[in-house]
Design a protein around this ligand. Structure first.
Ligand code: ATP
Ligand code: MG
Length: 1020
């Protein structure tokens, strides 16, 4: 509040110095007196200007109201401030509300207290300058907080320096001394009455008893904002239709020491006494309250001075009557309506009752007995009713609303339109069942512009920021805290720890001895700010109280607090938190501004979560780490970790989102790019290799090759050997899939060679298996397809031996699959089946579900060849289904072709056609071309089965060409054999047999495998 004298320069010019000083003193004295009445703090007298704070050093729940009341009182007192020659002084007052910082960094002690930073004081000063003579002008910020407590007149929007044009402002005319504070502050129409059915029923029941002539005393207690007043209003509206009388006595926080304040205001209202009526008129109105003139005359004598009907008697005069007589008169007056009809007397907010009214109420309670009166008294828990426990007493303490009721209230306030779930969740969580908080938070959100209103719902347009404390509640929380001034710091530091904190952590942070701390915590519990949970653990009663305590710490203090909390946490219990909950440390270090430590702990938190397979948590922690690596605040020395974080994030996310997630792919990409930018070659290669899992899954083999080639072009010699082995494996695999078997063999052999040297085993697993095994698997495939069947068999045998030797079960399974394929191609079917059975048993026992499909689809052909066609085909079928569920299109063309081949052999033409059609489709749409020659050959067989010999021949020829092109001797042999058979049947096989002979002769004469035996028989 800013207050200044009108025309002070003229005054200075006309008055001599001494007279001027005297009148200024009188004025300042008035201002200081009025401010003090409402607990305002006079910060500065600047000549004739005065700056007053409300809410500092002690906050109250109603500081804005106090400021306006003080302003009106000052204006009202101005007529008494005159110069010697009778010239009346006038002043101007401006009031604005907002959060300010008191004190500056230069001044110390009292001087610092008197300076204030923020735009609020400037606005108050500007409004003051724009105010009319003896006018109180308030800003929109203040108006929003004082509700309907005052009679306000809007004035023309102002153009204020520093605030622009069109600044809205109001002139405060007078306070409404309403019968109900509740009605003055609250908008009754905003929401329906929710929940509280049992409470309302009880109140109505007691009203029923009272109406029937059994007078009742009903004490309704509950914390601020829980809905005491609302419950009373609900009761009144339920009985509105019954004939009855109502009296409302409203206690006031500013008049807790003004005798009979609520009763006198009640009398003024019922008698219709207006402040601007003459004494005579007021006296006449007052007299009407009494049945006869003698009573009225006596009442005027007793209450006249208090009601402004008479001057106060001089203090040395004999009292006009005893207090007992006044109280008796008032009792009669209050109870009188009950003679005609049931009466409800509501005393609101008894925690502010003045002693005389309290005494009067005691007397009334004694007289309720057989009167038709319900005396309903509301109060907050800090007030202990002094009226004993009479027989007709009912006490009711109302509790918090359920989460459901809160959600219902939000719905009502949102005008029945659905609110986004996230918003409701946050409001319910913050409001903790206090309807006032629900209301204010909801209004704040609705007014924030975060939501857009649709026809039947509110939509959230962006992310929902954490809800701040509504300004309407700010004062009330600060008041609660300020009342605890000596131990406030304990609450603030507790708040920095969180909604819940332990005394064991608090003690070292505050550097306080246990006894002092214990005492402070007990005080906070008694004040209702904290509840004590289990031993040494405390929690704030409201989420918003914690927010307020936290917000009351200046940023610089906050940082120090978090730093100390983090340091204490690191020490506590031998670093237990560091090992189990690094995220807590990360949070505090982050808030402390120690980003380097925060980063390290976020990463550690992700690692800990990952180890516990808490993948979602791991993702969240790594994300926090990532945010830090992207922030400009991170010290340069920590930038080196920027590539590691997305990599870890991607690995964790892969566990939750799967291999096919585009997000995961992007994270790897980001990790790779960052690592390249930081010249971390090994990291970059690692990210590229990780990306391949994703690309393989969607058949993008040439992308894998490109990544690999890029890595090769960068600095191969700077990669760790493990990374290089993985790189060769990756390239070998991609080459194999696109059908470049020679290239594949080349890469895979490099992998084997290097691995033999460095033996990386499981230091760097490839898709979970030992790279030594995976590389040999690739060699087996490529050399088999290229017709080097001996070599394929040898390498698979070696692979098996290595796997068994190293003992890793997953690798043993992997090697077994290779072995099964090699054995089958050699015609050693029974051994193949045994090997597959062994691998299956391991998978089932150890939960390697992903490998089961793979084993089955390779065991099938061996079983089939052994004569068990039915089981063989069933295995392949199930194997293919399982495999594709897990691995998408990876290897799908090959697998479907195999299935089609055996379906054909089992004379299931229809099914074979379907399987092959799909295989063709995959081979066409993805880059998986390794089995292309076989697919074309199988198409020929289908033509043949359908009787189209010509088309069949075309296919076989194409298959031969395709196989030659890829160096796939085994496939070439198959196709040449089928072509020869076709021509033999037609009796014209000369050319085809020559062609078959040349390919058969390419194979070593000593090689004796089923397919060669069949071909040699044909040639014979
Ligand atoms: N059951 C309810 N249904 C709907 N709104 C409610 C309910 N209870 C309380 N409210 C709303 O919550 C706000 C606070 O309630 P109220 O003013 O009655 O609290 P109080 O206990 O009287 O607080 P104080 O101690 O400050 O007087 C009001 O706006 C009121 O309308
Ligand atoms: Mg109330």
């Amino acid at each position: 509040m800013f207050c200044d004298i009108v025309d002070s320069t003229r005054l200075a010019a006309t008055l001599d110095l001494e007279a001027l000083q005297r009148v200024i003193d009188a004025y300042q004295h008035q201002v200081a007196g009025c401010a003090a009445r409402y607990d305002g703090f006079v910060a500065k007298f600047m000549g004739d200007g005065v700056l007053v704070y409300f809410g500092y050093p002690q906050a109250h729940e109603d500081d804005p109201e106090r400021a306006v009341r003080a302003g009106l009182d000052i204006v009202a007192a101005m007529p008494s401030v005159r110069t010697i020659d009778g010239l009346e002084l006038a002043c101007r007052i401006g009031i604005a509300s907002g959060v300010v910082v008191v004190g500056d960094s230069i001044s110390v002690g009292a001087a610092a207290e008197r300076s204030v930073l923020g735009e609020t004081p400037n606005l108050a000063a500007r409004l003051q300058a724009a105010a009319p003579r003896n006018g109180v002008i308030i800003a929109a910020s203040t108006r929003a907080l004082v509700g309907n407590l005052f009679n306000l007149e809007p004035i023309e929007p102002l153009a204020l320096k520093g605030f622009g044009a069109g600044v809205p402002a109001w002139r405060a005319i007078a306070a409404h001394d309403d019968a109900s504070r509740f009605r003055a502050i609250r908008d009754l129409t905003s929401a329906g009455f929710i929940g509280r059915d049992a409470e309302l029923a009880l109140a109505l029941h007691r009203w029923g008893m009272a109406s029937a002539g059994e007078g009742q005393l009903f004490l309704l207690s509950g914390e601020a904002g829980l809905g005491k007043s609302r419950l009373c209003e609900a009761m009144f509206s339920r009985i509105a239709a019954e004939p009855h009388a109502e009296i409302r006595l409203q206690c006031s926080p500013y008049h807790a020491n003004s005798a009979l304040y609520p009763v006198l205001r009640h009398l003024e209202r019922t008698a219709g006494l207006a402040h601007d009526d003459s004494r005579a008129v007021r006296g006449a109105h007052f007299a009407r309250l009494f049945p006869d003139a003698t009573k009225a005359e006596r009442a005027v004598t007793l209450l006249g001075p208090a009601l402004g009907l008479q001057d106060a008697a001089p203090s040395d005069a004999a009292p006009a009557g005893s207090k007992a007589e006044t109280l008796a008169l008032l009792q009669d007056l209050l109870l009188a309506p009950a003679a005609d009809e049931p009466l409800c007397i509501l005393v609101e907010d008894a925690h502010w009752v003045d002693p005389t009214t309290q005494e009067l109420l005691g007397l009334l309670i004694d007289r309720l007995g057989d009167r038709r009166v319900l005396l309903l008294i509301t109060h907050r828990p800090e007030f202990t009713p002094p009226w004993g426990t009479p027989a007709h007493l009912t006490r009711l303490t109302i509790n918090r609303l359920s989460a459901r009721a809160c959600a219902g209230l939000i719905g009502d306030l949102a005008r029945g339109k659905a609110m986004p779930e996230e918003v409701v969740r946050q409001i319910v969580a913050k409001a903790d069942g206090v309807p006032l908080f629900v209301e204010e938070l909801t209004k704040t959100v609705l007014e924030s512009g975060l939501l857009t209103e649709d026809a039947d719902a509110w939509r959230l347009d962006g992310p929902l920021p954490p809800l701040a404390i509504p300004s309407s509640l700010h004062d009330s929380f600060m008041a609660r805290l300020d009342r605890m001034a000596p131990v406030k710091e304990v609450a603030q530091v507790g708040a920095a720890i969180g909604r819940e904190f332990s005394a064991r952590l608090l003690a070292p942070v505050l550097d306080m001895n246990a006894a002092t701390l214990d005492d402070a915590l007990t005080q906070l519990v008694h004040a209702g700010l904290l509840v004590s949970r289990e031993s040494e653990v405390y929690a704030f009663t409201h989420a918003l109280t914690r927010d307020a305590a936290y917000a009351s710490l200046l940023k610089s203090r906050r940082q120090i607090c978090h730093q100390r909390i983090a340091a204490a946490l690191e020490e506590l219990d031998d670093g237990f938190t560091r090992a189990t909950e690094p995220e807590l440390l990360a949070y505090h270090f982050g808030e402390a501004g120690d980003f380097s430590a925060a980063l390290a702990h976020w990463i550690a938190a992700g690692d800990v979560a990952e180890r516990r397979s808490a993948n979602e948590e791991a993702v969240a922690h790594y994300r926090s780490a990532q945010k830090l690596t992207e922030s400009a605040d991170l010290p340069a020395a920590d930038r080196g970790r920027a590539a590691e974080v997305p990599m870890k994030l991607a690995n964790a996310q892969m566990q939750t989102a799967g291999y096919h997630s585009e997000d995961v792919m992007q994270l790897y990409q980001q990790a790779q790019d960052t690592a390249v930018a930081l010249d971390q070659q090994d990291q970059a290669a690692g990210a590229g290799i990780a990306m391949s899992a994703f690309l393989f899954g969607s058949g993008r083999h040439s992308d894998v090759l490109e990544i690999g080639n890029n890595i090769l072009r960068r600095q191969l010699d700077r990669l760790r050997p493990e990374t290089r082995v993985l790189l060769w494996v990756m390239l070998g695999s991609a080459s194999c899939h696109i059908g470049d078997f020679r290239q594949s063999l080349d890469f895979s052999e490099k992998a084997i060679e290097l691995d033999d040297e460095v033996n990386c085993t499981h230091k760097a697993p490839s898709a979970g298996a030992d790279p030594a095994i995976v590389a040999r698997d690739l060699v087996e495939t490529a050399s088999r397809v290229m017709g080097q069947l001996d070599r394929a068999a040898a390498v698979s045998e070696q692979s098996m031996a290595i796997a068994l030797d190293r003992g890793n079960l997953f690798s043993i399974v992997w090697a077994s699959v290779s072995r099964v394929l090699a054995l089958t191609s050699l015609g050693r079917y029974a051994e193949a089946v045994a090997c597959a059975d062994h691998a299956l048993a391991i998978c089932e026992k150890h939960g390697f579900h992903s490998r089961i499909g793979n084993i089955l689809q390779h065991r099938g052909p061996a079983l089939f060849e052994l004569g068990d066609e039915e089981r063989g085909l069933a295995d392949i079928q199930r194997g293919v289904t399982l495999w594709r569920e897990r691995s998408g299109t990876f290897f799908l063309a090959r697998n479907l072709a195999k299935l089609a081949e055996y379906q054909l052999r089992a004379y299931q033409l229809e099914q074979a056609r379907a399987s092959l059609g799909e295989a063709e489709n995959v081979a066409e749409t993805t880059e998986e071309k390794m089995h292309l020659a076989e697919i074309i050959r199988l198409r020929g067989l289908i033509w043949l089965a359908e009787g189209h010999r010509e088309q069949a021949r075309v296919c076989f020829e194409r298959a031969i060409a395709q196989a030659r092109d890829q160096g796939a001797r085994l496939f070439e042999l198959n196709a040449a054999r089928d072509l020869a058979k076709l021509d033999l049947e037609a009796g014209d096989a000369g050319e085809a047999l020559d062609q078959l002979r040349s390919i058969v002769d390419w194979f070593p004469a000593a090689l004796d495998v089923p397919v060669l035996a069949e071909c040699r028989a044909l040639l014979r």
